[in-house]
Design a protein around this ligand. Structure first.
Ligand code: CMP
Length: 140
């Protein structure tokens, strides 16, 4: 089923000039970038996006890291896009991520793990709407 998902290239990756390499891996997996922009999140924007994690031990560091530099937000479209993106990203902890995944190859730590991807179609819809208007999305 053709689906949409939402992706963030995080500040740790943008700061190391990995935008192109990460996007190439997403595209090579069969996903198409149908929306893309660069942002520098405010604390309020980051807190709204990650509201479900408020109160968790890693929350404060997460907000600090996500506001430490620019990010790229993208909408990806393709067959089973949510699962495919998660497969290409690898698991949250880069040390446990499978060989050849983005996080295995580029992430620095659990907190600086280079990318975010939606964990379900429902999260994808919410996350896409958080950053994009429908008229900023360009399906093939
Ligand atoms: P992300 O997919 O952006 O969603 C929440 C982020 O919190 C996650 O990636 C990690 O960068 C960070 N994080 C740090 N520690 C944890 C943890 N124990 N479990 C989940 N996420 C964590």
């Amino acid at each position: 089923m053709v689906q949409r998902t939402f992706s963030i290239i995080k500040p740790d990756a943008v700061n190391r000039n990995l935008i192109g390499e990460i996007t190439a891996r997403l595209e090579k997996s069969g996903l198409s970038v149908i929306a893309s922009k660069m942002l520098h999140l405010t604390t309020e924007q980051a807190a709204g996006f990650y509201a479900e994690h408020e109160g968790k031990p890693f929350y404060e560091t997460l907000i600090t890291n996500m506001t430490a530099g620019s990010i790229i937000v993208q909408v990806l479209e393709g067959e089973d896009a949510v699962a495919k993106n998660r497969e290409v990203m690898g698991t949250t902890d880069p040390e446990k991520a499978a060989p050849g995944t983005i996080r295995k190859d580029f992430a620095v730590s659990m907190q600086k793990n280079s990318v975010h991807g939606s964990d379900s179609p429902e999260s994808a819809a919410r996350e896409i709407a958080y950053f994009f208007n429908e008229n900023e999305i360009y399906p093939r």
